[in-house]
Design a protein around this ligand. Sequence first.
Ligand code: 5GP
Length: 253
Amino acid sequence: MARRKKIYEGKAKILYEGPEPGTIVQYFKDDATAFNAQKKDVIDGKGALNNLLSEYFMSGLNQIGVPTHFIKRLNMREQLVRQVEIIPLEVIVRNYAAGTMSKRLGIEEGTQLPRPIVEYCYKDDSLGDPLVTEEHIAAFGWATQQDMDDILSLALRVNDFMSGVMYGVGIKLVDFKIEIGRVYDGDFQRLIVADEISPDSCRLWDIETGRHLDKDVFRRDLGSLTDAYTEVAMRLGVMPKTSTPVTKPTLIN
Ligand code: 5GP
């Protein structure tokens, strides 16, 4: 059997060359990292849950006309995606203050923002992904003004979709991070949502209790990460009902 060609290994995923040109196999690892990988652990079942959840969100976005890299899920840990040129930005959308915004601006976590606020961070682990402005992005050529217009529009459309989906299962979408990739179709190029959308990259709070159902459970030692992610997956109906759960789920009422 021939070994697959590994293209890239990140903190939570491995990318392999796909079966056809322009495709990639994205493998979700069980590794969890936080604070720029200063905190690390391996969490049984996390990769499979994120694979299922990212499939759910990305295929939903595709269906409503928000383009993403997602093609199909291959198995419990892998999905086939379009190869993209990643724009070196983390695009963050916030509906409520939390995390670094609360720290930076002294706003109490959970405070509703007057409108969704979009922030950009330069993707560079060695610098700790610093917050940047559109001035930096344009001056350093990370994206053009047209790209920035498209990125803003994609980010807000993802926010509307994700907020609605989560609200429908009793979860508040506090904030999230997406990455954007460039694809070429003949003479044309366009931007699409890439990487992953999962509880690793979102803040999700139970509307009734405020319970955290996202990676803050790991960052802040708030209990079992797989229980939290399993609860999100079960509420959305994406856990295969006939198969054994990825790990022991916490049953929800
Ligand atoms: P904050 O800036 O408050 O740390 O993060 C804002 C949102 O973006 C949170 O939902 C957080 O999970 C997500 N986020 C920010 N940076 C990263 C990152 O490097 N990796 C992942 N997976 N999510 C991030």
